[in-house]
Design a protein around this ligand. Structure first.
Ligand code: HEC
Length: 100
């Protein structure tokens, strides 16, 4: 508890727990930096709208893969964003050495 900022009013940029994508993250994850950046932006803008931010470490990869299509349709986003957010979440998990 107490490790997440609640996005009460959909405010942007309120959480420090998720890192900005950089070249190192792109290299480690084998994902283009632009896609990680897109995923990060969508995550920050949308994913704290209806509930508290679900941090990458909260779920393992399988559960993220399960949840993402639902959340993307909840949020009314294109499927390209689904891929971007999922790639970003996976890249963060890899960077932090979390169980995949
Ligand atoms: C329009 C509202 C809405 C938006 C926007 C939204 N979610 Fe959700 N989210 C929900 C609801 C409702 C639930 C719980 C019920 C469900 O699973 O549909 C949920 C549950 C979840 C869960 C838990 C799923 C599980 O299986 O335990 C995760 C993870 C999640 N959301 C991630 C995200 C991410 C990442 C985004 C950004 C792409 C996002 N959500 C955007 C409404 C939303």
């Amino acid at each position: 508890m107490g490790d997440m900022a609640a996005g009460d009013d959909g405010a942007v940029g309120g959480i420090s727990e998720v890192p900005n994508p950089d070249a190192k993250m792109a290299r480690q994850s084998g994902t283009p930096l632009e896609m990680l950046q897109r995923g990060h932006v969508v995550y920050m803008l949308k994913c704290g709208e209806c509930h508290m931010y679900q941090l990458p470490e909260h779920l393992d990869i399988e559960d993220w893969e399960d949840a993402m299509p639902k959340m993307i349709s909840h949020a009314g986003l294109p499927t390209s964003d689904e891929k971007a957010v999922l790639s970003y979440v996976v890249a963060v998990k890899k960077q932090k050495g979390q169980k995949l």
